[in-house]
Design a protein around this ligand. Structure first.
Ligand SMILES: Cc1cc2nc3c(=O)[nH]c(=O)nc-3n(C[C@H](O)[C@H](O)[C@H](O)COP(=O)(O)O)c2cc1C
Length: 225
């Protein structure tokens, strides 16, 4: 399956604040285009949205992972890089990592979503869910889910423009992006829950987050039973 998608090696790729992080290493994986229309109404997803903490054992496909990453932070207006979620002053402080395990399309590992490119960069290899599970106060959903989205915020990006108000703005943005993922997941039969109860340091260690990246939400993702 992977051969269906463009894979190119990036060596120490350095991506601007608008699209990702610095000093990443690994294969860049172009994602399938997200769907921009669907069969389910926004009203139905709002009506049905619930936090889901137990999932079917089936893996998520690359198409599904791509759709969920796009819902969180996909670029919908390429000229200015505007996204599916609003951003204070378009400063784009959020970073999206995906812990993937047991996928047919991706090696087990941790991948960073690059919104501008709509691609993933592998940052870590191996199934990292046990470390994240421990960091997440042993919440079972983290171990059970085939994919865990980790949303982090880089406050300094927003603080350059908004000073001390930036921290609250970044937290608000995480809420917008997370709700997008809830609703998108609901429309495609994928459940999730926002997890805010975790040990910050341990999550940062498990994902080898870069300095300044503050973990805000863990979102296990798995098919509804
Ligand atoms: C900021 C925040 C943090 C949360 N942290 C957790 C968490 O650590 N673990 C968990 O299982 N649910 C967590 N939740 C989900 C809530 O428990 C859930 O939204 C609530 O029970 C209402 O259920 P619903 O989402 O199905 O409407 C959190 C929700 C929010 C908004």
């Amino acid at each position: 399956m992977r051969s269906l998608f463009t894979i190119m090696m990036l060596s120490m790729a350095s991506v601007s604040a608008q699209g990702g992080t610095s000093a990443q290493q690994g294969a860049s994986i172009a994602l399938p285009e997200p769907k921009r229309t669907g069969e389910v109404s926004i009203e139905a997803t709002l009506d049905r949205r619930r936090s889901v903490r137990s999932y079917d054992s089936a893996a998520l496909s690359l198409q599904e992972i791509a759709q969920l990453a796009w819902a969180a932070q996909g670029v919908t207006e390429p000229q200015d890089g505007l996204r599916t979620a609003p951003s204070a002053g378009a400063t784009f402080p959020l970073e999206i990592d995906l812990l993937v395990a047991g996928s047919d399309d991706l090696e087990d590992g941790v991948y960073r979503y690059l919104p501008r490119e709509h691609s993933l960069v592998q940052r870590l290899a191996g199934d990292r869910r046990r470390d994240l599970h421990a960091a997440g106060l042993a919440q079972a959903a983290i171990l059970e889910a085939p994919v865990v989205m980790v949303m982090s915020g880089v406050v300094s990006r927003t603080a350059r423009r908004y000073g001390p108000r930036a921290e609250r703005y970044v937290h608000m943005e995480a809420g917008h992006a997370a709700q997008n993922v809830y609703l998108q997941g609901n429309a495609m039969g994928v459940g999730t829950v926002v997890i805010g109860a975790f040990r910050d340091e341990a999550v940062s260690m498990a994902l080898r987050l870069n300095p300044g990246e503050q973990p805000l939400y863990l979102m296990p993702l798995g098919k509804l039973r």
